[in-house]
Ligand binder design. Structure first.
Ligand code: PMP
Length: 342
């Protein structure tokens, strides 16, 4: 954990030590105490600042990146933002490859932070030469003195959460946490926090929110990588069509699939009921608690981690036309509360 200081030497020192906030109105129907680890308080407005800095510090230690070098990464935007902070403070160039479903706000923010952006098609297989993985790999080969962290397999990703996010959650709850709930993408957050918490108390349940169109839940339950599980979806930041090395399935107790619609509606509900303007995956993580509430009791202390800030989604989840175009508003088959008139 980084020390709390009166004056920080640079912005990177302010990463971590984010607040834990009780959820009140929205959680009235949940039998347990529900606490949110609100990661948008990080300087890049997401949890990914933690692992971005860790990957760069590890690379510096191992001599993988030299002064004036270029960082190249495939990112859904938040890792890019964390890398941008590290690159600016430490003096590196940054190139990000993004899939074209990522919000325009995320791309504009990365450009504002001086990053070069390559937008790649979403609907191609990971091994296709145009996928955001392949383009990053190619640029890494072409550009001298470049470093490709590859957040999916880089051990610094889960390490950051094992060394900072996990200990913070344990201390903030005085060890009373019984459940940890979070959306899963690269797996760094759930695996690092999950490993730390299980070492402290193996009875703590670690729950991962997955999307329809992602391979995690089926793989966790059957050991089968089923390509039929892969199709495009709208939720940003969670679910994968690959098995990243950072997903440590052994510390995860349960995956729950969350629909695009429920994730989006619950994200809006969190803003209206708790005043938290959060990213799309926050709604998915909270919806998991709703879908699992029959297993909770009044003595349980559930910590849900909210990955990022809603400013990156104002043109999407928080835009009524965008929601209506996808049939997410005022239709009957939602399990989430539709607050469009709220
Ligand atoms: N939510 C958002 C908004 C994200 O950007 C990410 C990172 N892809 C996640 C959830 C998932 O976190 P992790 O990669 O640590 O599993």
């Amino acid at each position: 954990m980084r020390p709390v200081k009166k004056i920080y030497d640079n912005l990177l020192e302010t990463i971590g030590n984010t607040p834990m906030v009780k959820l009140n109105k929205i959680a009235e129907d949940i039998p347990a105490t529900v606490l949110a680890k609100v990661e948008y308080f990080n300087p890049g407005h997401s949890v990914k600042d933690r692992m971005a800095l860790q990957m760069i510090e590890n690379a510096e230690r191992d001599g993988l990146i030299k002064p004036g070098g270029t960082i190249i990464e495939c990112t859904s935007g938040n890792t890019g933002m964390g890398l941008a902070l590290a690159a600016i403070v430490k003096g590196y160039k940054l190139i990000c490859t993004l899939s074209d479903k990522q919000s325009k706000e995320k791309m504009d923010i990365l450009r504002a932070m001086g990053a070069e952006i390559h937008v790649c098609p979403t609907n191609v297989a990971a091994e296709h030469p145009d996928s955001y993985y392949s383009v990053a790999e190619r640029l890494n080969k072409e550009i001298p003195n470049s470093f490709y962290p590859f957040q999916y397999d880089n051990p610094g990703n889960a390490q950051a959460h094992y060394e900072s996010t996990g200990p913070e959650i344990w201390e903030q709850t005085d060890g009373k946490i019984t459940h940890f709930v979070v959306g899963v993408g690269t797996g760094g957050t759930i695996s690092g926090v999950g490993k730390y918490l299980k070492e402290k108390n193996p009875n703590i349940k670690i729950w991962g929110a997955d999307t329809y169109g992602s391979v995690f839940k089926k793989y966790h339950e059957t050991g089968e990588f089923d390509e039929n599980e892969i199709y495009s979806y709208i939720t940003e930041g969670i679910g994968e069509d690959i098995l990243p090395k950072n997903v440590d399935f052994s510390v995860i107790d349960h995956f729950e699939k969350i629909t695009d619609k429920d994730g989006a509606l619950v994200t809006r509900e969190l803003a209206k009921k708790e005043g938290m303007l959060l990213g799309y995956s926050a709604g998915s993580a909270y919806q998991m608690i709703r879908q699992m509430k029959h297993t909770l009791t009044k003595d349980d202390v559930v910590v849900v981690l909210f990955h990022d800030h809603g400013s990156r989604y104002v043109g999407k989840v928080f835009n009524d036309d965008w929601m209506r175009d996808r049939g997410f508003l005022n239709t009957e088959n939602s399990t989430a509360l539709d607050l469009v008139k709220g």
